[in-house]
Design a protein around this ligand. Structure first.
Ligand SMILES: C[S@@+](CC[C@H](N)C(=O)[O-])C[C@H]1O[C@@H](n2cnc3c(N)ncnc32)[C@H](O)[C@@H]1O
Length: 117
């Protein structure tokens, strides 16, 4: 019923609110909860990035995957709905170098550049 009462923009705002809230709760503890990514995992992602060595991470978060991937020479771009999660990425070494667009990745076509800094 809630969905029926909301227009498309209101639905989007409500969804974004939920996504932003996730980041506000988890940003400070996320890396402690999940830890690092294995070397094998990063190796596989490097391989999957192909000869162009480019990747788009949907839900880039704190850069737990993106930063080691970028450190291996992959040009990583990200999308994330949570400014709090991306703020944690920005605090890390080289975290400011990764272009990130803030928005709902389910609406990729409507996310506007330029990326956040
Ligand atoms: C579980 S974390 C994973 C972060 C990172 N990929 C990693 O593995 O460490 C999920 C991330 O995706 C983001 N996210 C979830 N749904 C999203 C959506 N629809 N649009 C944009 N970001 C989203 C969250 O804000 C959060 O930063």
């Amino acid at each position: 019923m809630r969905e029926m009462a909301l227009g498309v923009d209101a639905e989007y705002s409500s969804r974004m609110h939920d996504l932003v809230s996730y980041g506000e709760v988890f940003a400070d503890i996320y890396d402690d909860l999940y830890g690092g990514v294995s070397t094998e995992g990063i190796d596989l992602l490097v391989e999957l990035s192909g000869s162009g060595r480019r990747a788009l991470e949907l839900g880039i978060g704190t850069g737990r995957i993106a930063l080691p991937l970028a450190g291996r020479g992959v040009e990583v771009h990200g999308v994330d709905a949570s400014p709090a999660m991306v703020a944690r990425l920005r605090q890390k070494p080289n975290g400011e170098r990764i272009p990130v667009a803030i928005g709902d990745f389910a609406e990729l076509g409507s996310i506007q550049g330029p990326p956040s800094t």
